[in-house]
Design a protein around this ligand. Structure first.
Ligand SMILES: Cc1cc2nc3c(=O)[nH]c(=O)nc-3n(C[C@H](O)[C@H](O)[C@H](O)COP(=O)(O)O)c2cc1C
Length: 218
């Protein structure tokens, strides 16, 4: 089991060109999505939404301002854009209040305590109320855990992928609002990710720092 997991980690790479003829089955893509959905997030508030794009025209629209994603999107079987909540992630928002009750199934008194504790954390510990940007970036950070899990899950079942930050955020948010019905008052784009099958095997060996440089024991 450990072997299979590490083998997938070693095999995964940022695929630059996908085979446009090969499509991921629904069962396999559902598996990848489940790895994202089950990912952890701070206080369990899941600030993400996954937009999955398979329509060729829509893939071009969403990558209009993406220098690092356009070519990947064209060949990818499934192209994903992950957006994250902004001010809704403030401790006392209506959204989080409903989330705690309906999704987390917390009783009223626990919701009250959690709202306060979460507020202290946001204000004092992480200084998230210093700017709208700080809060939005913190929410976006959570969604990268889902990204890592989805990339690894894909590799585990032999599917190639590429994470993408090579795009203009402001312009892409505008496209998302105009052509994908995203409420950009509430959401901000975090990243894109392409999933599919490689057109040709990876040419370059994986490079990483040695473990002694990465880890310090105390
Ligand atoms: C957050 C993030 C953003 C990235 N953005 C792009 C991108 O826009 N285009 C691209 O081709 N690769 C992108 N990459 C891939 C990285 O260049 C790649 O993961 C890194 O060089 C390590 O190589 P490996 O993933 O093949 O092991 C991105 C990776 C991450 C984690």
């Amino acid at each position: 089991m450990q072997n299979k997991f590490l083998k997938a980690m070693k095999k995964r790479y940022a695929c630059k060109e996908f085979d446009i003829e090969k499509k991921i089955s629904k069962e396999d893509f559902d598996f990848i999505l489940e790895a994202g959905r089950l990912s952890p997030s701070s206080f369990g508030f899941e600030p993400w939404q996954f937009l999955v794009i398979t329509n060729p025209e829509k893939k071009l629209e969403v990558t209009e301002h993406s220098w690092g994603g356009r070519d990947r999107a064209v060949g990818a079987s499934h192209f994903m854009v992950v957006i994250t909540r902004k001010n809704d992630m403030k401790n006392d928002s209506e959204y989080l209040n409903t989330f705690m009750k309906d999704v987390q199934k917390l009783p009223e008194e626990v919701v009250e305590l959690k709202t306060k504790h979460f507020g202290d954390f946001q204000r004092e510990d992480f200084k998230l109320f210093e700017s709208d940007r700080a809060l939005a970036d913190w929410a976006s950070k959570q969604s990268y855990i889902a990204l890592g899990n989805m990339l690894t899950a894909a590799a585990y079942i032999g599917i190639n992928s590429c994470p993408i930050e090579g795009f203009n955020k402001e312009k892409t948010n505008k496209v998302l609002a105009k052509k994908f019905g995203v409420d950009i008052e509430k959401f901000d784009i975090a990243y894109m990710a392409a999933f599919g099958y490689e057109k040709r095997p990876q040419e370059f060996p994986k490079t990483r720092r040695p473990i002694e440089d990465v880890v310090k024991y105390f």
